[in-house]
Design a protein around this ligand. Sequence first.
Ligand SMILES: *Cc1c(COP(=O)(O)O)cnc(C)c1O
Length: 594
Amino acid sequence: MATENTMGTRKIAYFSMEIALESAMPSYSGGLGVLAGDTIRAAADLRLPMVAVSLLYRKGFFEQRLAEDGSQTEEPVDWRVEDFLKEEAARASVTIEGRKVELRCWRYEAKGVRGYAVPIYFLDADLPGNADADRALSASLYGGDAYYRLCQEVLLGIGGVRMLRALGYHDLARFHMNEGHAALLSLELLAEEARARGRKRIRGEDIEKVRNKCVFTTHTPVPAGHDRFPMEYLTRVFPNQTDFLDLSDAGSAALMKRVLQVQDSYADLKAAAQSGATLNMTQLAIGLTKYVNGVAKQHGVTSRKMFPGVPIEAITNGVHAGTWSAPSFQQMFDRYVPDWREDNYSLRGVLGVPPEEVWASHLIAKHELFELVRKKTGIKLDPEVFTVGFARRATAYKRADLLLKDLHRLRQIAKNVGKFQIIYAGKSHPNDGSGKDLIRKIFQAKKALRKAVPTVFLDNYNMEVGAKMTAGVDLWLNTPQFPLEASGTSGMKAALNGVPSLSILDGWWVEGHIEGVTGWAIGDLRRGVPEDPVSDDHSEAESLYYKLESAILPMFYHERRKFIDVMQHAIAVNGSYFNTQRMVQDYIANAYIR
Ligand SMILES: *Cc1c(COP(=O)(O)O)cnc(C)c1O
């Protein structure tokens, strides 16, 4: 049983495949998990009666090893679950391939600024009574093949709902699926509706009840980010009709047609499985959810184009201000806008802070970052030199190499306009060959640029590296292919620490950018959604170089006051808004209370 103080009456259940709580706890891979963690931290600050569910990964995502030439290999993360989490006594189970899989869970508590705690439960199938294949489902995040992933999603969605009930959570009014990974929870909720009415079969009326309870947030326009499974996998996981929903009456038939977009009976489901139909987790989530949203206004536009006829709203992401501001900035905020933690909006008061103080806080953050660089690489960067940061998952559409398109040009800019240096970080998914090529390409450029433009690559990008980089550089660079950056949050962390962005106008930057005031744009604002992602590398690299040489470097070196003014606007205009406190309030007003 969960402890009294964290249980109470909880109304919102938040489900996510990954949740980033501590840098060293390998419960996340990247942006999705960081957002989940920031959401929970803000919910705790706001005393929102939320409980969260995720999966435990004994090998984590992976440790990144980089060879001399930048070739990435992966190692399992070595960590002790007991160092971070407390085991609960409650047990639940799911059925996979006719086997009973017993689940336990481990609790973490996210404490808010007023002491209120939101519990997070990590489901764990690694119990001695389970078959080896089932125990292995608690090994790696985004590892294994598609079938492995589907089985993990059975644990998360179906196992997660059952575990919450076993823990005593019976008043949950909303189930928030953070991405389609959690979509199977809706099937368990359907089964609950039928059971509650003494039926075995689900009816059309159950669907409306479930839709009213569910909230679904979609996180990416990239097709590979939307789970699709061969329907045959579903019938393999659930070989018996009784393992699955009873689909044998008219109401459930209509439901399944609508939701799974195929069959009206289990027999038909099996037939479809043989004919190559697919189960689309995003469609499933949309079909059983009343409120669906994208994660920035532009992403809302893109998502409505991807799913015609679905009323997809937009709630722009944020970051947790207390987590992502550097200690030197926290101390400055405490002095000038003392209630910023309870009320992030008060960060707009940073416009009144003396510029010298902002600069002094920045230099401390820069020093902290350069210490990390020295520890990780042995390289001593010069703190007087303008420093560009780029850290994100190494994958083709994020174009980590756009800045490196013309090395000669970079050398010329450094020589004629002002010196600069570059700090990179980022992991590539183990199966993403072109992502791995990108890291090697950065290593080649690093060698070629040598002293002209000192460049370093920090391995094992995680929360700690992310926090130090976004606070300690002078400029945050982002170069995605429009319109594939759903939101992006690292630029928001930078803004909170007075680090302006230079970015493609995509994701959150469409809303956060005011030219020369909060940062700078690469290329022009685009409207609508193109048929194909825009990969105008040549003109966008040109725009990047032009902004650097004509606006940013001259301002940094010759108009420092003006540069600090941009830094203060990054905090006051963007830090005060692109935070999860505002974001969770938006979810409460639009998705949770309705
Ligand atoms: C903030 C963060 C991200 C997400 O940032 P993006 O701008 O969306 O790439 C990913 N990984 C880590 C470790 C982070 O701290």
